[in-house]
Design a protein around this ligand. Sequence first.
Ligand code: FES
Length: 157
Amino acid sequence: MNDALQKAGISPTLTVGEVARRSGVTVSALHFYETQGLIHSTRTAGNQRRYARTMLRRVAFVRVAQRVGISLAEIGNALAALPSDASPSREDWSRLSMSWRAELDERIAQLKKLRDTLDDCIGCGCLSIDRCKLRNPLDRLGAEGQGPQRLLVRRVD
Ligand code: FES
């Protein structure tokens, strides 16, 4: 792949500034990701970082996963399953995606429920909106568990 890139005049390695510009992530955040082992770089003779272009995909993955609330630790565990010495293949990413499917499905369901239930009683015990009388009379749902019983998505193991 690197030969094809070079023939096309595209550098297979990037400086930290180039990664920051292309990914939309700050240089300091990239350095932090590297200290967490989420991305890797090599050093030039002048001790400057150089990132393989494939690191852009890792940075994009970290950024979006964080945006949906996944912890850096979980992200790190997932990325650790990818080969670190070679460019991860589509199959590698597919395996990662499969390992996260249940987690992501649950988050999607939770986000949908949050979007669709906030204008209704969420079963939290506040009894503060008109619908509570109907949906949660006298906080009947409190007997079923802690938290907003009508908002929480139950994990299906
Ligand atoms: S919204 Fe809190 S109990 Fe109904």
